[in-house]
Design a binder for this molecule. Structure first.
Ligand code: AMP
Ligand code: MG
Length: 430
C-alpha cells in the first residue's frame, strides 16, 4: 500500500522559489572569469577575422577621409561665387577621383568626380544634374550652393589617433571594413575557445548508424549533438565531440576527465536532473566543483555550472551541463554558453550577457504565467505582433526551427494580446 504523500509544510514552500535567477546565475558564471582566450591572442588577416574577438584596440594612424572630398559628380566652387541661380563660371580644371587638383582660381569652377579631393579654396559642390556645361568651356550653375554642400569633411569618419575598435569587440563584417579603412591588414584576436562536448543518455543512437526502421524500442536519435556542434561552430569554437556517454557514474567521470584535458569549456547535454539516472552532478562534484545547479528559467531549470580539474594538474576547464531536452539545449546554450564563450574571448561581461530585446506588441494571450522566467519560441507576424509556436514543449524541436526569436516573459507575468513584450531575435544571438 502506498502512503499518502505529506502535504508540504509552509516552511518548505520558499525552497521552490529559492532557485537562482538567470541573471544571478550569469553573474556568478561570468564574475571573475579569466578571459583565457583573450590572454592567448593571435594575429590573423583582417579578411579572416569575422566573428573573432579583438584582443587589442585598433588605433587609426590617419584621418578618414584623409582630406575634404566630394560625394557627388559635379562642380566644385566657392559658394560665394554663385549668388544666384544661373550664374556662369569658367571651368578652370578637371579633377577625377585619385587626382589632387590645383588650388581653385577665384571666380571659377572645377569639374569634379565622386571621391576626388575638393581643391583648396572651394567650399561647395553642385551636382552635375543641376549644371549645364556650355560649349565655350563654361558652366551654368542652376542652384545656389550652401557652403559645405556635398563635401565629405576630412576626418568626419575617423580622426587620426582614435580607437576605432576597442579590445573585446566581436568583429562584424562592418567592423572588418572599418579596420581595413584605417589600413589594418591583420588583427590581434583572442584564440578560438576549445570546447569539448558529449551527450549523455542510454536511449541515444546516431543517425547513419541505426536506420529508422531498425530503431530498438525506446531509442531516439541524438539530435543535441548536431545542435550543439552547430551552435559552437557558429561562435567560432574548436569543437571536440566525445560522442555519447552511457548513463553510468564511472563512465561520466571518465568522460569529464578526458574532456577537461586541453579544453577551456566542457558542454554536455542530459543527465543533469535529479533522477537516479542523472550522473553529471555527482560526477562533476567528484572531478571538480559544482558552483551552481538549477536556474529559475523555463525551459532549462536543471542547468549546472562548475569546473572540472585537468588530469595533468594544469588548472581546470569550465563546465556547463545543459538539460537533455532538445529545445532546452538550444535556449540554454544561447542564454548561458554563448555569454561564457564571449567572455572567455574578452567581451566585457555586461555585453556578453546582454539580451538585445525589442519591445513588440503581443499577438497572443498568456493568462497563466509560470513561477519561472520563460523563453517562448515566437515569430513576428505580418501585422507586426508576436506570434507563438502552438506547442511550447521542450521536446518539440520543430518550434526552434520555426522560431525567429524568443519572448522573454518574467516570472509571474500574465500577458494580454496587445501588451508590449520583450522579443529577442535569434539573429541577434549569432
Ligand atoms: P535528461 O535530461 O537526460 O533527463 O533528458 C531529458 C529528455 O531529453 C529525455 O526525453 C531524453 O531522451 C532527451 N534527450 C537527452 N539527450 C538527448 C539528445 N542528445 N538528443 C535528443 N534528445 C535527448
Ligand atoms: Mg538522460
Amino acid at each position: 500500500m502506498s502512503t499518502t504523500p505529506p502535504i508540504p509544510s509552509s516552511a518548505e514552500a520558499p525552497r521552490r522559489s529559492a532557485l537562482r535567477s538567470l541573471d544571478e546565475a550569469l553573474a556568478a558564471l561570468l564574475d571573475g572569469l579569466s578571459p583565457v582566450c583573450a590572454a592567448a591572442s593571435e594575429t590573423v588577416p583582417t579578411a579572416d577575422a569575422l566573428g573573432r574577438v579583438l584582443a587589442a584596440d585598433v588605433v587609426s594612424l590617419l584621418d578618414v577621409p584623409p582630406a575634404d572630398n566630394t560625394s557627388m559628380d559635379g562642380y566644385a566652387m566657392r559658394a560665394a561665387d554663385v549668388p544666384r541661380e544661373g550664374t556662369v563660371l569658367p571651368v578652370s580644371q578637371r579633377i577625377p577621383a585619385g587626382v589632387v587638383g590645383e588650388p581653385l582660381q577665384p571666380g571659377s569652377a572645377a569639374r569634379i568626380f565622386t571621391g576626388a579631393q575638393v581643391p583648396a579654396g572651394a567650399d561647395a559642390v553642385v551636382m552635375q544634374e543641376v549644371c549645364e556645361a556650355l560649349p565655350d568651356g563654361t558652366v551654368r550653375i542652376n542652384q545656389v550652393p550652401a557652403p559645405g554642400q556635398w563635401v565629405r569633411r576630412r576626418a568626419e569618419d575617423v580622426a587620426r589617433g582614435a580607437v576605432v575598435l576597442a579590445a573585446g569587440t566581436r568583429l562584424t563584417p562592418a567592423a572588418l571594413g572599418l579596420a581595413a579603412s584605417v589600413g589594418a591588414a591583420t588583427l590581434a584576436v583572442a584564440r578560438r575557445p576549445r570546447v569539448a562536448v558529449f551527450s549523455t543518455g542510454d536511449e541515444l543512437v546516431m543517425p547513419g548508424e541505426v536506420a529508422p526502421e531498425a530503431m530498438r524500442p525506446g531509442a531516439i536519435y541524438n539530435s543535441n549533438r548536431y545542435t550543439l556542434r552547430g551552435l559552437l561552430q557558429a561562435l567560432g569554437c574548436e569543437v571536440d565531440d566525445l560522442g555519447i556517454v552511457p548513463d553510468r557514474r564511472e563512465a561520466t567521470r571518465a568522460a569529464l576527465r578526458e574532456a577537461a584535458a586541453g579544453h577551456d569549456l566542457i558542454v554536455t547535454s542530459g543527465g543533469v536532473s535529479a533522477g537516479e539516472e542523472d550522473h553529471l552532478k555527482p560526477a562533476v562534484e567528484a572531478e571538480g566543483r559544482l558552483s551552481l545547479w538549477q536556474v529559475a528559467m523555463k525551459p532549462g531549470k536543471p542547468l549546472a555550472f562548475g569546473a572540472v580539474r585537468r588530469p595533468d594538474g594544469a588548472g581546470e576547464a569550465a563546465f556547463i551541463g545543459l538539460p537533455g531536452n532538445p529545445v532546452s539545449v538550444f535556449v540554454t546554450f544561447l542564454l548561458t554558453v554563448r555569454p561564457l564563450l564571449l567572455a572567455l574571448q574578452g567581451v566585457p561581461a555586461v555585453q556578453a550577457a546582454r539580451l538585445p530585446a525589442l519591445p513588440l506588441p503581443a499577438g497572443f494571450d498568456w493568462p497563466r504565467p509560470d513561477r519561472r522566467r520563460e523563453f517562448v519560441r515566437a515569430r513576428v507576424g505580418e501585422d507586426g505582433r508576436v506570434q507563438l509556436f502552438p506547442n511550447q514543449s521542450s521536446g518539440v524541436l520543430t518550434s526552434a526551427v520555426w522560431a525567429e526569436g524568443l519572448v522573454d516573459i518574467a516570472a509571474g507575468q500574465a500577458i494580454a494580446a496587445g501588451e508590449t513584450v520583450r522579443f529577442i531575435p535569434l539573429a541577434a544571438l549569432n
